[in-house]
Design a protein around this ligand. Structure first.
Ligand code: PGA
Length: 241
């Protein structure tokens, strides 16, 4: 099955970086007849428009990293779904653990954003995942299933879910394959229509093993997505699936 590969640049890069990344990615993709995977690059919001212009016609999608649930209004500093759509985004990441931790976002906030994103015809990419403490206590499956049920409205038609254990993000540590498979199976019971990605320390060395795990429909890539060579290696490896 073709995979969904999502690059999360977080708060990294600038216009020069984005344009040079796009040029390198286009060169890599142009050297192949076609690519089966769906590619989504999520830069900081202010880089969406220049990156969209640079990637126009390539088949590579753009995504935002967060959004307001409100369409417009007196919300200084926020960015709406219509704005990111206008800048070229087709996907929006919501509920990343960094937003939940640093900005106090709750499942209810995430569900509101999810509804606004779907209503505008974009695809919400909703992150869930347990802390090390929850994992050690043995309650990870119930915790993450509850997060998903409360973060993605049952009416959502095409939400993508990313299972990102908080302790695996940026740590170089990846859960055992059977733990990823078990969690993905649990999440697919909660939201049967959702594609479920894995995220947390994905890199060119572990991508083939991760994509080979039952129930893994793709990956959300942080650090490795900022290195063009590493990202292209991940895209190349995903072509085997
Ligand atoms: P990482 O980040 O690949 O650097 O671990 C993943 C994420 O936070 O989405």
């Amino acid at each position: 099955m073709p995979k969904l590969l999502v690059a999360n640049w977080k708060m990294h890069g600038d216009t020069a970086f984005a344009l040079s990344f796009a040029e390198g990615l286009l060169r890599f993709l142009g050297g192949r007849n076609a690519f089966r995977s769906t590619l989504v690059v999520c830069p900081p919001a202010v880089l969406l428009a220049p990156l969209a212009a640079a990637l126009r016609g390539s088949g590579v999608y753009l995504g935002a990293q967060d959004v307001s649930a409100q369409p417009s209004g007196p919300f200084t500093g926020d960015v709406s779904v219509p704005l990111v759509k206008d800048a070229g985004a087709a996907y929006v990441i919501v509920g990343h653990s960094e937003r939940r931790t640093h900005h106090g976002e709750t499942d209810a906030h995430v569900a509101g954003k999810c509804t606004a994103i779907e209503a505008a015809g974009l695809v919400p990419l909703v992150c869930v995942g347990e802390s090390a403490h929850v994992r050690e206590s043995g309650g990870a499956a119930g915790y993450v299933a509850g997060q998903l049920a409360a973060s993605v409205p049952a009416s959502a038609r095409q939400a993508v879910v990313a299972y990102e254990p908080v302790w695996a993000i940026g740590s170089g540590v990846v859960p055992a394959a059977q733990d990823i498979a078990a969690m993905h199976a649990t999440l697919k019971v909660v939201r049967p229509a959702a594609n479920v990605l894995y995220g947390g320390s994905v890199n060119p060395e572990n991508i083939s093993d991760i994509l080979g795990i039952s129930g893994v429909d793709g990956v959300l890539i942080g650090g490795a997505s900022l290195k063009l060579d590493a990202f292209c290696s991940i895209v190349a490896a995903a072509e085997a699936f």
